[in-house]
Design a protein around this ligand. Structure first.
Ligand code: KG4
Ligand code: ZN
Length: 343
């Protein structure tokens, strides 16, 4: 094949990811996670993450090259997440990418982490349609983005004004006594006979008044508090907490708001495609609800497989590949890490 060979590096949070892509074909997606090291703190500790990236970087690059059956010198361009994310963590990836690009004398592409979450879907479903809303829901972000042309960037429509969707899952999991990171456990508890209508938890920023100012924004902190209060009241009364039902009812509230606002965003832009990414896109209820509601609204849904939805290097390589294929110019070798890059 004469498509360009791209190596992508991701270190914005707690995953050290190195992906290798040729054109829109995934050749390797090596990942090392420090999630276990953060588990006892109940959240990601930036200092711990940076150190773990530094230790994992070279072995992960080696592993990706081995899996893809390539030598580093075969690479046509190096892509790296330059933001947004944890400053120290980003710096490790950016420094590694610069070193590699300099040593190999190949172009460097700094990419936006959120745009990369969108680009990863090219590896599974081909070109991103012109005119698509992307909903990114993870432990770090909950955003609605308008995507006209992915290689020109993404346009933020709204985001969370407090907790991210995944953060809400993780906090509610803790209240329910489930392990960290809690999303998959809440999902599983809900599937194991949870009654999603058991309690009606609040839907943040959906009142007429809130919609005027925050039509495409999310708020999950009130929901999390409502669940915590409900559980505490039960315990105070000496009653058992029906974990499966609470998990299902909480999950229903999150998915209801996410899908409603995503579809409203598509209608607002006149787009017929919705792409869902980020760790929470793995949620089984979100997938079903999005399919059902989008089908009714005449919107096609694209969700990459769960392994590609969470942070990884393949998504960065995928976006790098789209930029190279579109003939975009590379970043300067002085590329800074920008932790608060506009999203
Ligand atoms: O994208 P990701 O791996 O990392 C970032 O936060 O950027 O997302 C992790 C988040 C965690 O909050 C985790 O609890 C959540 O995604 N998550 C889920 C599910 N799987 C992962 N949330 C709900 N349902 C799931 N099945
Ligand atoms: Zn992410």
């Amino acid at each position: 094949e004469n498509e360009p060979l791209i190596l992508g590096i991701e270190t914005s949070c707690d995953e050290t990811g190195v992906g290798i892509v040729r054109g829109q074909t995934l050749l390797a997606d090596a990942i090392a996670s420090s999630v276990e090291e953060h588990a006892r703190f109940g959240g990601v500790v930036p200092e711990v993450a940076s150190r773990a990236h530094l230790e994992a970087m070279v072995p992960t690059i080696r592993r990706a090259c081995e899996t893809a059956g390539i030598k580093p010198s075969d690479v046509d361009a190096v892509a790296v997440t330059s933001g947004p994310g944890l400053a120290g963590a980003l710096l490790v990836g950016v420094a590694a990418a610069k070193g590699l690009a300099l040593a190999l004398d190949k172009p460097l592409y700094g990419v936006n982490h959120l745009a990369a979450h969108v680009a990863v879907d090219t590896l599974e479903h081909g070109d991103i349609p012109r005119g698509c809303v992307a909903m990114l829901v993870s432990g770090g972000h909950s955003s609605l983005l308008a995507v006209e042309d992915l290689t020109e960037g993404v346009l933020p429509m709204g985001s969370t004004i407090d907790d991210a969707a995944g953060e809400a899952f993780d906090k509610v999991a803790r209240v329910l006594g489930l392990p960290f990171p809690g999303g998959p456990y809440v999902d599983k508890a809900a599937r194991d006979g949870g009654d999603r209508l058991y309690v009606k938890f609040p839907r943040g920023l959906t009142s007429q008044r809130d919609l005027e100012r925050h039509r495409f924004d999310f708020s999950f902190s009130g929901l999390k508090t409502a669940v915590a209060r409900w559980v505490e009241a039960r315990r105070r009364d000496g009653e058992d907490v029906p974990v499966n039902h609470v998990a299902a009812a909480f999950q229903e509230a999150v998915c209801d708001v996410l899908t409603r606002k995503a579809i409203d965003a598509c209608k607002d832009r006149g787009y017929e495609h919705l792409l869902i990414g980020g760790g929470v896109a793995a949620n089984s209820r979100l997938r079903v609800m999005a399919e059902e509601r989008c089908a009714e609204a005449g919107i096609a849904v694209r969700v990459p497989r769960p392994g590609l939805c969470t942070d990884n290097g393949a998504m960065v390589a995928a976006l790098g590949s789209e930029l190279v294929r579109a003939g975009k110019s590379p970043s300067p070798l002085g590329l800074p890490a920008d932790s608060s890059m506009p999203i």
